[in-house]
Design a protein around this ligand. Structure first.
Ligand code: CAA
Length: 257
């Protein structure tokens, strides 16, 4: 934690909070920051005190995209060989739920990173966009695919082709974000969500995340089969015994972590 220069790292309750902290560049995602992010994510995923991870930015920007200053000098095929975008996908390997708490700009790689998280919680100030087209580029970290799946072709195509930004309210209506909250309540709401998750049976949480994510990758029949196997396997957990006993005894369940 001490060694990070571009992110801040703390724990609040069951939440592991990672704050992107490059204010002078609106949290533009440079290689060094993404390496720190990957390291912090792995550490929090391994920390038994953390039930869910929150990735957030500043009031002004979650992240304004890949660092254009850094990318400007890139050429092909050297950039194909080093594939600088690949490490950005570290968040996809995290097994605990990851909540993106987004205020201000989430553009380009910033929007794509938010979409790689499991839940997007947005402040009223959040602005999402894929403006790469204005740079003579296309999205490069999954934006054309994840945005389209999240909000459908009509809006995704317009945004990717014109670079138009979408505000928080529209993003919620379109299905990109789970909920919109006042900016000053954003982190508290995300922590509350993490604490809620922290009170649940950990194997059920991990499988629930895996099952929902499978919906983006598997044909329906295979996804349902995966879900069924997970559901049936949870009958082997303490969580199932405790959860069902507590319901029938009309008390709150106490899940051991
Ligand atoms: N990369 C590098 N620096 C950036 C940046 C980025 N993506 N976004 C903002 N900055 C820097 C600016 O250069 C500026 O630095 P200086 O003060 O040194 O000039 C500082 O952050 C503040 O930015 P602005 O002065 O532009 O702030 P603004 O409030 O006027 O505008 C903005 C905000 C609309 C977000 C504007 O900064 C902007 O359009 N940024 C670029 C957004 C973008 O194109 N993102 C996509 C990147 S490509 C990508 O992400 C590829 C991929 O899919 C993998």
């Amino acid at each position: 934690a001490e060694a990070y220069e571009m992110i801040l790292f703390e724990r609040q309750g069951a939440a592991g909070i990672i704050r992107l902290n490059r204010p002078k560049a609106l949290n533009a995602l440079c290689d060094a920051m993404m390496a720190e992010l990957a390291d912090a994510l792995a550490r929090m995923d391994a920390d038994p005190a953390v039930a869910a991870i929150i990735v957030t930015g500043s009031e002004k920007a979650f992240a304004a995209g890949a660092d254009i200053r850094e990318m400007q000098a890139r050429r092909y095929p050297a950039t194909y060989m080093d594939d600088f975008v690949a490490p950005w996908e570290a968040v996809l390997g995290v097994r605990k739920p990851v909540i993106a708490a987004v205020a201000g700009f989430a553009l380009g790689g910033g929007c794509e990173m938010a979409m790689m998280c499991d839940i997007i919680l947005a402040a009223e100030s959040a602005k999402f966009g894929q403006p790469e087209i204005n740079l003579g580029m296309t999205p490069g970290a999954g934006g054309s695919q994840r945005l389209t799946r999240a909000i459908g072709k009509a809006k995704a195509m317009e945004m990717v082709l014109t670079g138009r930004m979408m505000g928080a309210e529209e993003a919620e209506r379109a299905g990109l974000v789970a909920r919109v909250v006042p900016a000053d309540a954003l982190l508290a709401e995300a922590v509350k969500m993490a604490d809620t998750i922290g009170g649940l049976s950990a194997p059920a949480v991990a499988m629930a995340k895996e099952a929902v994510n499978a919906a983006f990758e598997l044909p329906l029949r295979e996804g349902v089969r995966l879900e069924r196997r997970m559901f049936l396997s949870l009958f082997g957990t303490e969580g199932q015994q405790e959860g069902m006993a507590a319901f029938l005894e009309k008390r709150k369940p106490v899940f051991r972590r």
